[in-house]
Design a protein. Sequence first.
Length: 344
Amino acid sequence: MDTSRRPVVLIWELTQACELTCDHCRADAQPERHPDELTTREGKRLLEQARGFSEGQLVVLSGGDPLKREDAVELVEYGDEIGLRVTMTPSGTTSLTTENVRRLADAGLRRMALSIDGATPETHDGFRGEEGSFDETVRAAADARAVGLPLQINTTVCASTVDELSEIAELVDELDAVLWSVFFLVPVGRGALLDSVTPERAELAMEWLHDVSGERSFAVKTTEAPHYRRVGVQRAEGDAGTSRRAGVTAGDGFAFVSHKGDVYPSGFLPLSAGNVREESVVDIYRNADMFRRLRDPDELRGKCGACEYRALCGGSRSRAYAETGDPFGTDPLCVYVPDGYDDA
């Protein structure tokens, strides 16, 4: 896929409204919907724009809690009708009823992604800020399995969750998930108050995740941790110069549309490149200066710019911006130091 022409993943944040008060929430979600959210009509126009990337474009409906919108199922159905592959990341709340899971499946939803950030009700509910969230999530996973809806599990890695990853992996297996998506914390929104893992601990976690990916029935991917690819090449004794780039990073294979229509390279990189109320998301993704620069590894600075893995990895542009103010600077979570690099 030519990621200069189309994203691998386009995320639309339907709303920032949510019953949960999760410790890591990028959106700093609130109980009520914002009055300036894209309307149903505007949302359908956005989906039509996304169809302009290609038939079968992957669109993820996220939040907040997307089921806070009464038209969520209608939007899934419309996206499916016009040839998109639509998935959703609903919150583990009372909105995710057995009936709603069935309605989403009937509407053509291709996959449901649920978040599990602790291996027990106590740790998960503590992280999510809502008693009963763990049980609601596990029940919804069973409902998805019952209607044949493929399941993805998302987990946030930070200092308070990293020690439970092994137990969470067991749960991912038990829930019969097809993919475990492991998010390495970017300190934005409420997540700015959490402690990240150290670069050394992140490296060990990524090495362990590579082991897990070869041992389990589910696939493993990382979010905001593209050096997972570098770790894999090094473990296979591969050559960075000949390795084919895989995966996505902010603005390169990935785009995010906010509840108000602003287009960002990532939900964790709050630098707007335009708004879908004024121009097509296709034009913004392909032509906006920020997106074009993020797709050029020669724009990188600091340790990432000097790294022989910069075309394969590139570092998290979101974390670089959150922690240094420079979206092209060094990703502070990466422990790797290129040969001969001196930041003095």
